[in-house]
Design a protein around this ligand. Structure first.
Ligand SMILES: NC(=O)CC[C@H](N)C(=O)O
Length: 203
């Protein structure tokens, strides 16, 4: 059985566990870095990126998550998780985990539209995905190795770079499990149990 961990320091943990289970994988709450050895893929949930970062540091997760990614194990960051994965954050000197070659802007859709839903076309994954954005970031720049999987009003909201995936929205908050299902397939591919998996093309 494919085992997917959800970093359970702060944020939308339970909803991700539900979605992972609905996709046929086993979901576990990850609270200690030693648990990374027991999982095949990791989700960094939405919440508050600065709070999650502080807890990542207090529990000594930073190097362990970076090493997990270097081993080729898939990591999926949603909303605050996307901010954690970026190599650059607008207005900040230092990134957090620096896993995906992109710059992000926090709370990028503005205060007036703090939370909204949008129907997204996500390349190779869904052409009508109801995406829930909550004080969401977007990517302002991506490197040449990053595949853009969806945009909203020309802003980059879904990206993949090899075994790393990120969305600016919360894919776990509706019962449409296709985005998390895609991540489960990435993980199955990484452990060799899904030979039909193909990465979508760039848009
Ligand atoms: N829903 C979310 O994860 C919001 C992210 C939050 N704005 C941050 O900067 O961390």
């Amino acid at each position: 059985m494919t085992t997917i961990g959800v970093l359970a320091l702060q944020g939308a943990v339970r909803e991700h566990l539900r979605a992972v289970k609905a996709c046929g994988a086993t979901g576990v709450e990850v609270k200690r870095k030693e648990q990374l050895a027991e999982i095949d893929g990791l989700i960094l949930p939405g919440g508050e990126s600065t709070t999650i970062r502080r807890l990542i540091d207090s529990y000594g997760f930073s190097d362990a998550i970076q090493a997990f990614g270097k081993q080729g194990k898939p990591i999926f960051g949603t909303c605050a998780g996307m901010i954690l994965m970026a190599t650059a954050i607008q207005g900040q000197n230092q990134p957090h985990l620096g896993l995906i070659d992109m710059e992000v802007a926090r709370n990028a859709f503005g205060r007036q539209v703090a939370s909204f839903e949008a129907n997204l076309e996500i390349n190779g994954i869904a052409d009508d995905f109801k995406a829930v954005f909550i004080r969401a970031p977007y990517a302002t720049k991506v490197g040449a190795d990053v595949t853009i999987l969806s945009t909203y009003h020309e802003q980059i909201v879904t990206v993949q770079q090899g075994n790393f995936l990120a969305t600016a929205f919360h894919p776990e908050l509706t019962d449409d499990n296709r985005m998390i299902g895609y991540f489960v397939e990435m993980v199955e591919h990484a452990i060799g149990t899904n030979s039909s998996f193909r990465e979508p093309n760039k848009i």
